[in-house]
Design a protein around this ligand. Structure first.
Ligand code: V47
Ligand code: SF4
Length: 392
């Protein structure tokens, strides 16, 4: 079908022509897409961008998480995971020692994981010397394991406490073994919303500045947006625009991860969650708007594996990793996946069953294994669709 036949709205058609001509859309056009773009129309455009950038390839990795603590000096209203320090004696609170955390790393000895993702609450004892020593310990034990750790929320706090500049702090983290930064802590940048949901942690400018410094050092990071609560399309586009501008400057972001607000057991439980239709529309607009980001990730523990499959038709080309039930952030917020863990075979099958090519990547998107022509025994019944050889 010609795109001209898919809408009678001249503004949507003008945006589609730009997308097909590989031209950037404006913030006003982004807002228009959010407010007027119907799901299937957005899907056509976003899939076009996805296939232009990544073809049919769909990435995942083999990773595990370490969450040092769920106690936190901050009090983000959407957070179901953290306990304030005054709740230290709560049975659901934990504070790992460095040995506890190192033992988690050692559990993966001999296993083909490529990445450890470290993020959790902010507490005074997890300071700069603590993380420098921990990264060095991981690096010495397992030099090949990519350390993707902490966000500007933690870095802003620990650098301030250590009385070092962002520049010196990030340099020291690099020297200790940090390989990349995950995308958390971004929430919604616009102060109108940020001050209501995450007033006391680093602000938008500080978040963006720490990523900029890291990129200037030649390093890579991710970015997120926590959507589907009290923000509107203007705030979402403001968020995406700030990221697009920084990416124009540095090119250091690898992937963008929209994070759906989950409302269980937090101070915003009265705010209803977004619908699946809105989740898919959001992936699509993000894919269309962020023309200078190579990848768009659906984080399956948060969205659930079935919506993650659907998202692959709405601009997404990455579904994160095996995770091995090592994160609590989303299960505590009410996500479908209460014990998130998928084997490599399950991830491969999940991707292939919606007609995409499964590729295991490392954190920097180097191909580890291309599973395009590999069908596992348990997925034999799907052979008819893809006519692929069976691997025993
Ligand atoms: O910053 C916390 C979010 C983030 C809730 O870089 C919530 O590869 C929804 O950033 N509902 C941390 N979201 C997780 C994160 C992340 C996850 C996966 C991959 C990567 C990556 C990064 O989790 C926080 C916050 O935005 N969050 N509580 C909640 N109730
Ligand atoms: Fe702390 Fe992060 Fe939760 Fe905010 S989102 S309260 S910074 S753990």
């Amino acid at each position: 079908m010609l795109i001209e036949q898919a809408t009678t709205d001249p503004q949507l058609l003008a945006i589609a022509r730009k997308v097909y001509a590989n031209e950037r859309i404006t913030p006003e056009e982004g807002i228009y897409l959010y407010d007027h773009g119907e799901l299937s129309y957005l899907g056509i455009l976003a899939n076009h961008v996805r296939e232009r950038k990544n073809g049919n390839r769909t990435y995942f990795n083999r990773n595990f998480h370490i969450e040092p603590t769920n106690l936190c000096v901050y009090d983000c209203k959407f957070c179901s995971y953290s306990r304030l320090i005054k709740q230290r004696s709560d049975v659901s609170a934990w504070e790992y020692t460095m040995d506890d955390m190192f033992n988690i790393v050692k559990q993966y000895d001999g296993q083909p994981v490529t990445e450890v993702h470290i993020v959790g609450g902010v507490l005074p004892q997890y300071d700069m010397p603590f993380y420098e020593a921990f990264f060095r310990r991981i690096r010495a034990h397992r030099p090949d394991l990519h350390i993707k750790a902490l966000t500007p929320v933690e870095y802003h706090y620990i650098f301030k406490k250590a009385k070092v500049s962002y520049e010196e702090g990030m340099q020291r983290m690099r020297e200790a073994g940090l390989d990349s930064m995950p995308g958390g802590g971004a929430e919604i940048f616009h102060p109108e919303i940020r001050e209501q949901i995450a007033a006391d942690k680093c602000n938008a400018e500080q978040w963006l500045r720490i990523h900029e410094i890291w990129h200037e050092m030649g390093m890579r990071s991710n970015a997120t947006m926590l959507y589907g609560h009290i923000e509107n399309s203007f705030h979402r586009i403001d968020h995406l625009e700030r990221l697009r501008q920084l990416q124009d400057k540095t090119g250091g972001f690898q992937t963008f991860i929209p994070l759906k607000f989950r409302n269980q057991d937090n101070q915003m439980s009265n705010v209803p969650e977004s619908t699946t239709v809105e989740d898919l529309r959001n992936y699509a607009v993000c894919r269309i708007y962020l023309d200078n980001f190579d990848h768009l990730k659906a984080y399956w523990p948060m969205i659930g594996r079935h919506v993650a499959q659907m998202s692959l038709a709405f601009g997404v080309d990455d579904i994160d990793g095996t995770i091995d039930d090592t994160t609590k952030i989303y299960s505590m917020a009410g996500a479908e996946e209460q014990n998130p863990a998928l084997t490599t075979e399950e991830l491969v099958n999940l991707i292939r069953r919606v007609g995409r090519q499964p590729i295991e990547r490392d954190t920097l998107y180097n191909v580890v294994t291309d599973y395009t022509d590999v069908v596992f025994e348990e997925d034999k019944q799907w052979r008819g669709y893809f006519e692929l050889p069976v691997v025993k």
